[in-house]
Design a protein around this ligand. Structure first.
Ligand SMILES: NC(=O)C1=CN([C@@H]2O[C@H](COP(=O)(O)OP(=O)(O)OC[C@H]3O[C@@H](n4cnc5c(N)ncnc54)[C@H](O)[C@@H]3O)[C@@H](O)[C@H]2O)C=CC1
Ligand SMILES: O=C(O)[C@@H]1CCC=N1
Length: 278
């Protein structure tokens, strides 16, 4: 389905690298069919072309107009400028996939000034190893076949869920930013382990497997996390003692507030940066 498709990434940062690494791993599309563009950081382009065998071209406009799929991967603050820079080279036969937090498909269509298919996706950096949790939503002018193409591309970097576009801000706060919450908790668990006398790498080994094991328990048993937690919590035992402290520190309230705040920030970013060119 993709051997003849050309993909052009607008933005060559973290999420672009994660997606390219996932696409390279799954060999879904010849890497020479992938072009990467950014604003001016030639060193970054050289690094990615050398590492993954993708292409960076001096003729940006040609790379953009020849692409079948354009992937917008700039920061929200840069979306207006990047769309205005590429507008002349785009055409409505192209499929535009945006991973830009908070920026709506209607805004993208407005700035590109055409009614070509625009689809939004919110992957996460686990795309780097083909384990992203990605959600997608199609815009007004995207058809089912456009969505199918995008889903096939994104399935090369992990799982894909279809959501309504208004839920994508919550997806960003939940699974887009989600890996960082787990990394943050692992950092604290490692610090506790070292303070308890562990060598750092030993603690890491145990914690990685604990995290993977918990994830697979949820995936494979389909049992609710509450039940799984209760199965760990022996009455009057160690887990109960630990959970009591987490309750005292309002751990669950903190997590819920973090996800809601990240969701709110996604909405804010969309609103702030979509106003510039209204
Ligand atoms: N980092 C992550 O885990 C995820 C990020 N995202 C979204 O992906 C987008 C990019 O995020 P990151 O990769 O983390 O940012 P980043 O800062 O690492 O990369 C952004 C890239 O865009 C380039 N850029 C800026 N203005 C440009 C322009 N006018 N034309 C072409 N390129 C331009 C920059 O040079 C840079 O290479 C953001 O909107 C973010 O919300 C989505 C999911 C996960
Ligand atoms: O932090 C951010 O804004 C981006 C979007 C989701 C993950 N990283």
């Amino acid at each position: 389905m993709f051997e003849d498709k050309k993909i052009c990434f607008i933005g060559a940062g973290s999420v672009t690298e994660a997606m390219i690494a996932g696409l390279a791993q799954k060999k879904l599309i010849p890497l020479e069919n992938i072009t990467i563009l950014n604003r001016e950081n030639q060193q970054r382009l050289f690094q990615l072309t050398k590492k993954y065998g993708v292409i960076s071209s001096a003729n940006k406009q040609q790379s953009i107009s020849e692409a079948d799929i354009l992937i917008l991967a700039v920061k929200p603050k840069d979306i207006a400028e990047s769309l205005l820079n590429i507008r002349e080279a785009t055409h409505q036969k192209q499929l535009v996939l945006s991973v830009v937090a908070g920026v709506t498909t209607d805004y993208i269509s407005d700035l590109l000034q055409h009614h070509g298919p625009v689809i939004r996706a919110m992957p996460n950096t686990s795309a780097m190893i083909g384990m992203s949790a990605t959600a997608v939503a199609k815009g007004t002018y995207a058809k089912e076949e456009d969505l199918k193409i995008v889903i096939s591309v994104l399935e090369s970097i992990g799982t894909v869920s279809i959501v309504d576009e208004e839920l994508l801000d919550a997806v960003t706060g939940l699974s887009g930013s989600g890996p960082a919450y787990f990394y943050y908790m692992i950092e604290a668990m490692e610090q506790a382990a070292v303070e308890l006398g562990f060598e750092h790498h030993k603690a890491r080994e145990l914690l990685i497997q604990t995290l993977i094991g918990a994830g697979h328990m949820l995936l494979e048993t389909k049992i609710d996390p509450t039940i799984l937690r209760e199965k760990v919590t022996s009455p009057g035992g160690t887990t109960m003692a630990g959970l009591k402290i987490l309750e005292e520190y309002h751990f669950q309230e903190a997590i819920k507030s973090a996800i809601k705040q990240a969701t709110k920030r996604s909405k804010e970013l969309g609103a702030i940066y979509s106003e510039f060119y209204k």
